[in-house]
Design a protein around this ligand. Structure first.
Ligand code: ZN
Length: 150
């Protein structure tokens, strides 16, 4: 195990035990619910979208450490970004956790999101890691939505 792996584990542990933006957002104008029946992860994402910019974002839910840490890291990463920027980030993130990244696709600094890089070794966990992102996308595309990874 490298130091880097330990660092990643610390970030995941930190964000799963003390998730950031873990609350209901009273003045959200976009919400969506997501579930990953395979693992039992459930999430609701709240977004306050103004002029295509994610002004505020929060989430509530229950699930495994990976799903919670990923949701927490996501809220920190996309706050202040436009819809298009958050979509791009999701694309890069998804390629990273599915191991499909070929080295040419990394125009975005993933920052702490790289803590979830290890997920690619566990295909069954990819759905846990991407659930929050799929749910965010649903929230941004419609005012009311329910998504499932199944
Ligand atoms: Zn899970």
């Amino acid at each position: 195990m490298s130091d880097l792996t330990e660092l990643y584990q610390e970030v995941i542990l930190d964000h799963s035990q003390q998730p950031r933006n873990f609350r209901r957002l009273g003045d959200a104008n976009r919400t969506a619910e997501g579930s990953n029946p395979l693992c039992g992860d459930q999430i609701t994402v709240y977004v306050k979208l103004e002029e295509d910019v994610i002004q505020e974002i929060s989430f509530e839910g229950e699930g495994c450490a990976i799903s919670k840490a990923s949701a927490s890291l996501m809220t920190v990463s996309v706050k202040g970004k436009t819809k298009v920027e958050s979509e791009t980030l999701f694309d890069v993130f998804r390629h990273m956790v599915t191991g499909e990244q070929d080295g040419t696709l990394n125009p975005v600094d993933l920052g702490k999101l790289t803590a979830l890089l290890g997920v690619k070794e566990y295909p069954v966990r990819v759905k846990c890691a991407t659930l929050a992102w799929h749910t965010l996308r649903a929230a941004l595309e419609a005012s009311k939505a329910v998504v499932s990874t199944e």
